[in-house]
Design a protein around this ligand. Structure first.
Ligand code: PXG
Length: 290
């Protein structure tokens, strides 16, 4: 079945959903995106994702021609049009069509498109046995360049880091900041557990302020688990009792080996498993109905 794509206010067939070669999203990576999950008829943390989108837009001086409510509604409309119950939304806003040349002021209006589709997750065995991760030599950009908070269409840094990880035979790669502190993985936030306490780097160390990361803070609060933001090095991960990664697509997934060092006993730990279970329940019991 052909997918229906939301494009600038209309639902169009996938084959008709086209973007100009003069769109600055394509020419310069000038644009932003969000990845959102829906489960059993409800979109998880929709408003939070769209709020983050608007913050990215603000940082890039990209004037959104739609209100926050309109963008939320467009997501729901797109899911309904594709008759899906579970899946993934990819929402992209580009600077729009302009002339050649960087100048964004020559692009009169941004474009937005929304894809709703099924999702392929990591195979089940990785949730049960955990992931092996390697550290990449590609660093997260410093906030002195584009802030890592902006979910922009320029993901080459992360793509190149992902290539490094894949070439090393790992599914994910750990990225450090310019100072050598742990920032995050190529598409996930990172956590460690030591003596029952959960730690994650502050976003000022170069990670995206993940919606799933925020959900872990909420879950720790609900379950009475202490959680703290703290700068960390690879040593802290090598010597942790447990570690796990979080992201909208991957949800919560244990990391059991980093750079050939087993984390803890090399198996998903009890705190990670508790949070994975609680996360699975939360995403299926909250959210915006469609
Ligand atoms: N860090 C980065 C750099 C990300 O891009 C996360 C962490 C996790 O954030 P959330 O809010 O999802 O908990 C992300 C998430 C995709 C895709 O194909 C999306 C992301 C990463 C990789 C691929 O939609 N974003």
């Amino acid at each position: 079945m052909s997918r229906k794509i939301w494009l600038d206010g209309n639902l169009v067939e996938e084959a008709e959903a086209k973007i100009s070669v003069f769109d600055h999203g394509l020419l310069y990576g000038d644009g932003i995106f969000e990845g959102i999950r829906f489960y059993e008829g409800r979109v998880f943390r929709l408003r939070e994702h769209i709020e983050r989108l608007f913050l990215s837009a603000k940082a890039l001086l990209l004037k959104m021609p739609w209100t926050l409510d309109e963008v939320c509604e467009a997501c729901l409309v797109t899911i309904r049009a594709n008759a899906l119950q579970d899946g993934y939304i990819r929402l992209v806003v580009t600077r729009g069509v302009g002339d050649l040349g960087l100048n964004p002021y020559l692009c009169p209006s941004p474009s937005m498109f929304i894809i709703a589709s099924g999702i392929t997750l990591y195979p089940k065995e990785f949730y049960e046995n955990g992931l092996e991760v390697v550290t990449c030599s590609t660093r997260r950009p410093t906030p002195a360049s584009l802030s890592p908070q902006v979910k922009s269409l320029n993901y080459l840094n992360n793509v190149m880091a992902k290539v490094e990880a894949l070439k090393a035979g790992a599914k994910e790669g750990l990225m450090l900041n310019e100072q050598g502190y742990v920032a995050e993985c190529t598409g996930d936030n990172v956590f460690l557990v030591k003596k029952g306490v959960v730690y994650t780097p502050p976003v000022s160390d170069g990670s995206l302020d993940g919606i799933t990361r925020q959900t872990i803070f909420d879950l720790c609060d609900e379950l009475g688990i202490t959680i703290q933001e703290t700068s960390m090095t690879r040593y802290d991960l090598y010597t942790a009792d447990e570690s796990f990664l979080t992201g909208t697509a991957a949800e919560t997934i244990p990391m059991v080996k980093l750079d050939e060092r087993e984390i803890g006993d090399g198996k998903p730990g009890p705190v990670s498993l508790r949070l994975i279970e609680a996360y699975g329940q939360k995403v299926r019991s909250e959210g915006t109905e469609f």
